[in-house]
Design a protein. Structure first.
Length: 127
């Protein structure tokens, strides 16, 4: 009997510990239509804060755009020689491909003619 109650206490102990650590959920205030969730005139002049946030947002967008363009320019300058080498290799490979196509343009008709000739030869021999 003691063993069962001891086992029950041991099994319920983690459950009781979890319940003791439980916290009530904080409810966030409803978001307004301004995108930043500012409640106008609640504890601060909301219109002023909203203006400041919008100004900061436009400045951030401008800085990010400028940084992106600078990085793009730097990458273009860094990889320009490799790109030129790849374009030269591409043109060389395209000319080689065209040369191979011209050499092999009679291959498929030759295969078809040899197949048809073999079929005709087979029909003459099998008679």
């Amino acid at each position: 009997m003691k063993f069962k109650t001891l086992l029950l206490v041991i099994l319920l102990l983690p459950l009781l510990m979890r319940i003791s650590y439980a916290q009530t959920q904080t409810i966030s205030p409803d978001m307004q239509n301004n995108g930043f969730g500012i409640e106008l005139e609640q504890f601060y002049p909301g219109s002023l804060v909203l203006e400041l946030l919008e100004a900061a947002e436009t400045e951030i967008d401008e800085v990010v755009y400028e940084a992106f363009n600078e990085g793009y320019k730097a990458a273009t300058l860094r990889y320009a020689p490799e790109l030129a080498a790849l374009k030269i290799r591409e043109s060389a490979l395209l000319t080689e491909l065209e040369r191979e196509r011209k050499l092999n343009r009679f291959f498929m008709p030759a295969v078809g003619l040899s197949f048809a000739g073999g079929l005709l030869l087979h029909s003459f021999i099998s008679r």
